[in-house]
Design a protein around this ligand. Sequence first.
Ligand code: 5GP
Length: 187
Amino acid sequence: MRTRLIVVAAPSGAGKSSFVERICREDSRLVDTVTYTTRAPRSGESEGHPYHFVGHDEFEKKIRDGFFVEWAQVHTNLYGTPLNQLEGAWSEGKCVIMDVDVQGYRTFKSKFPDTKGVFILPPSIDELRRRILKRDAKTPADIEIRMVNAEREMLQSKDFDVQIVNDNFEESFQKFKKVLDEWLGSG
Ligand code: 5GP
Protein backbone atom coordinates (compact mmCIF):
# COMPACT_ATOMS: atom_id res chain seq x y z
CA MET A 1 0.00 0.00 0.00
CA ARG A 2 1.24 3.49 -0.80
CA THR A 3 2.25 5.73 2.09
CA ARG A 4 -0.66 8.04 3.00
CA LEU A 5 0.62 9.73 6.13
CA ILE A 6 4.09 11.11 6.91
CA VAL A 7 4.90 12.78 10.21
CA VAL A 8 7.86 15.13 10.50
CA ALA A 9 8.86 15.85 14.09
CA ALA A 10 11.69 17.86 15.59
CA PRO A 11 12.32 20.05 18.58
CA SER A 12 11.02 23.57 17.95
CA GLY A 13 13.74 25.54 16.22
CA ALA A 14 15.23 22.56 14.30
CA GLY A 15 13.74 23.88 11.06
CA LYS A 16 11.14 21.23 10.29
CA SER A 17 8.53 23.63 8.88
CA SER A 18 11.02 24.66 6.16
CA PHE A 19 11.33 21.00 5.13
CA VAL A 20 7.56 20.51 5.02
CA GLU A 21 6.81 23.78 3.19
CA ARG A 22 9.44 23.19 0.53
CA ILE A 23 8.62 19.54 -0.14
CA CYS A 24 4.93 20.43 -0.56
CA ARG A 25 5.88 23.06 -3.16
CA GLU A 26 8.08 20.60 -5.04
CA ASP A 27 6.01 17.41 -4.87
CA SER A 28 2.33 17.52 -5.80
CA ARG A 29 1.71 14.06 -4.30
CA LEU A 30 2.01 15.64 -0.86
CA VAL A 31 -0.32 17.94 1.02
CA ASP A 32 0.21 19.73 4.31
CA THR A 33 -2.46 20.25 6.99
CA VAL A 34 -3.42 23.42 8.81
CA THR A 35 -3.79 22.34 12.42
CA TYR A 36 -5.52 24.21 15.25
CA THR A 37 -3.82 25.81 18.21
CA THR A 38 -4.62 27.87 21.29
CA ARG A 39 -1.17 29.55 20.98
CA ALA A 40 -1.20 33.26 20.12
CA PRO A 41 0.07 34.13 16.62
CA ARG A 42 3.72 35.19 16.40
CA SER A 43 4.64 38.22 14.36
CA GLY A 44 4.24 37.39 10.67
CA GLU A 45 1.60 34.72 11.41
CA SER A 46 -2.12 35.16 10.74
CA GLU A 47 -5.30 33.08 10.69
CA GLY A 48 -4.63 29.94 8.61
CA HIS A 49 -0.86 30.67 8.35
CA PRO A 50 0.42 28.36 9.66
CA TYR A 51 -2.43 27.51 12.10
CA HIS A 52 -6.07 28.12 12.77
CA PHE A 53 -5.76 30.19 15.95
CA VAL A 54 -8.63 29.56 18.36
CA GLY A 55 -9.43 30.24 22.01
CA HIS A 56 -9.26 27.61 24.72
CA ASP A 57 -13.05 27.21 24.97
CA GLU A 58 -13.47 26.72 21.24
CA PHE A 59 -10.65 24.17 21.20
CA GLU A 60 -12.20 22.21 24.07
CA LYS A 61 -15.57 22.21 22.33
CA LYS A 62 -13.92 20.77 19.21
CA ILE A 63 -12.37 18.01 21.36
CA ARG A 64 -15.81 17.17 22.77
CA ASP A 65 -17.33 17.21 19.27
CA GLY A 66 -14.75 14.64 18.07
CA PHE A 67 -13.40 17.11 15.51
CA PHE A 68 -9.75 16.16 16.10
CA VAL A 69 -8.22 12.87 15.02
CA GLU A 70 -5.32 13.78 17.31
CA TRP A 71 -4.63 16.56 19.79
CA ALA A 72 -1.99 17.21 22.44
CA GLN A 73 -0.66 19.81 24.83
CA VAL A 74 2.73 20.90 23.50
CA HIS A 75 4.82 23.23 25.67
CA THR A 76 2.03 25.33 27.20
CA ASN A 77 -0.61 25.25 24.45
CA LEU A 78 -3.03 22.85 22.79
CA TYR A 79 -2.60 21.69 19.19
CA GLY A 80 -4.91 19.44 17.19
CA THR A 81 -5.36 17.92 13.74
CA PRO A 82 -8.86 17.77 12.25
CA LEU A 83 -9.89 14.42 10.81
CA ASN A 84 -11.67 16.04 7.84
CA GLN A 85 -8.37 17.39 6.48
CA LEU A 86 -6.89 13.90 6.31
CA GLU A 87 -10.01 12.46 4.71
CA GLY A 88 -10.17 15.29 2.17
CA ALA A 89 -6.55 14.75 1.12
CA TRP A 90 -6.94 10.97 0.92
CA SER A 91 -10.06 11.27 -1.21
CA GLU A 92 -7.90 13.16 -3.72
CA GLY A 93 -5.26 10.40 -3.63
CA LYS A 94 -2.72 12.60 -1.82
CA CYS A 95 -0.32 11.71 0.95
CA VAL A 96 -0.62 13.95 4.01
CA ILE A 97 2.59 15.32 5.48
CA MET A 98 2.38 16.77 8.95
CA ASP A 99 4.54 18.67 11.33
CA VAL A 100 3.57 17.48 14.83
CA ASP A 101 5.37 16.66 18.06
CA VAL A 102 6.45 13.18 19.23
CA GLN A 103 3.17 12.62 21.11
CA GLY A 104 1.34 13.30 17.84
CA TYR A 105 3.53 10.77 16.03
CA ARG A 106 2.63 8.09 18.61
CA THR A 107 -1.09 8.80 18.29
CA PHE A 108 -0.99 8.70 14.49
CA LYS A 109 1.08 5.52 14.49
CA SER A 110 -1.46 3.80 16.77
CA LYS A 111 -4.45 5.01 14.72
CA PHE A 112 -2.83 4.51 11.31
CA PRO A 113 -0.02 1.92 11.68
CA ASP A 114 1.28 2.59 8.15
CA THR A 115 2.31 6.15 9.22
CA LYS A 116 5.94 6.94 8.41
CA GLY A 117 8.04 9.20 10.63
CA VAL A 118 11.05 11.46 10.05
CA PHE A 119 12.83 13.15 12.94
CA ILE A 120 14.85 16.29 12.17
CA LEU A 121 17.73 16.88 14.59
CA PRO A 122 19.48 20.21 15.14
CA PRO A 123 23.29 20.11 14.68
CA SER A 124 23.71 20.68 18.45
CA ILE A 125 21.82 21.78 21.56
CA ASP A 126 23.71 25.11 21.57
CA GLU A 127 22.70 25.82 18.01
CA LEU A 128 19.09 24.94 18.87
CA ARG A 129 19.11 27.40 21.77
CA ARG A 130 20.46 30.12 19.45
CA ARG A 131 17.69 29.45 16.92
CA ILE A 132 14.95 29.47 19.57
CA LEU A 133 16.27 32.73 21.06
CA LYS A 134 16.37 34.34 17.62
CA ARG A 135 12.89 33.23 16.60
CA ASP A 136 10.84 33.24 19.80
CA ALA A 137 11.55 36.49 21.56
CA LYS A 138 9.65 35.30 24.62
CA THR A 139 10.22 34.96 28.34
CA PRO A 140 13.29 33.05 29.61
CA ALA A 141 10.90 30.54 31.26
CA ASP A 142 9.26 29.85 27.91
CA ILE A 143 12.63 29.27 26.27
CA GLU A 144 13.63 26.89 29.08
CA ILE A 145 10.41 24.88 28.60
CA ARG A 146 11.21 24.55 24.89
CA MET A 147 14.81 23.50 25.64
CA VAL A 148 13.81 20.85 28.21
CA ASN A 149 11.16 19.51 25.83
CA ALA A 150 13.71 19.52 22.99
CA GLU A 151 16.12 17.32 24.92
CA ARG A 152 13.31 14.94 25.89
CA GLU A 153 12.04 14.76 22.31
CA MET A 154 15.50 14.12 20.91
CA LEU A 155 15.83 11.03 23.14
CA GLN A 156 12.80 9.64 21.30
CA SER A 157 14.18 10.28 17.82
CA LYS A 158 15.20 6.61 17.52
CA ASP A 159 11.52 5.60 17.43
CA PHE A 160 11.19 7.24 14.00
CA ASP A 161 11.85 5.48 10.69
CA VAL A 162 14.53 8.02 9.71
CA GLN A 163 16.61 10.70 11.48
CA ILE A 164 18.09 13.64 9.56
CA VAL A 165 20.48 16.21 11.03
CA ASN A 166 19.73 19.72 9.78
CA ASP A 167 23.29 21.10 9.66
CA ASN A 168 23.29 22.31 6.05
CA PHE A 169 19.70 22.90 4.95
CA GLU A 170 20.21 22.17 1.25
CA GLU A 171 22.05 18.90 1.83
CA SER A 172 19.66 17.81 4.58
CA PHE A 173 16.67 18.67 2.42
CA GLN A 174 17.98 16.51 -0.46
CA LYS A 175 18.34 13.55 1.93
CA PHE A 176 14.80 14.16 3.17
CA LYS A 177 13.47 14.33 -0.38
CA LYS A 178 15.14 11.05 -1.33
CA VAL A 179 13.60 9.22 1.65
CA LEU A 180 10.12 10.56 0.86
CA ASP A 181 10.49 9.67 -2.79
CA GLU A 182 11.16 6.06 -1.80
CA TRP A 183 8.11 6.00 0.48
CA LEU A 184 5.85 7.52 -2.15
CA GLY A 185 7.03 5.04 -4.80
CA SER A 186 7.32 5.83 -8.45
CA GLY A 187 3.56 6.08 -9.06
P1 5GP B 1 4.97 26.01 17.45
O1 5GP B 1 4.23 26.62 18.60
O2 5GP B 1 6.46 26.23 17.58
O3 5GP B 1 4.41 26.40 16.12
O4 5GP B 1 4.74 24.44 17.52
C1 5GP B 1 5.01 23.73 18.69
C2 5GP B 1 4.93 22.25 18.42
O5 5GP B 1 3.59 21.81 18.19
C3 5GP B 1 5.72 21.78 17.20
O6 5GP B 1 6.52 20.67 17.61
C4 5GP B 1 4.64 21.33 16.23
O7 5GP B 1 5.10 20.29 15.41
C5 5GP B 1 3.58 20.83 17.17
N1 5GP B 1 2.26 20.72 16.56
C6 5GP B 1 1.66 21.53 15.64
N2 5GP B 1 0.44 21.08 15.32
C7 5GP B 1 0.26 19.94 16.03
C8 5GP B 1 -0.81 19.00 16.13
O8 5GP B 1 -1.86 19.10 15.49
N3 5GP B 1 -0.63 17.96 16.99
C9 5GP B 1 0.50 17.79 17.73
N4 5GP B 1 0.61 16.73 18.53
N5 5GP B 1 1.53 18.67 17.66
C10 5GP B 1 1.40 19.72 16.83
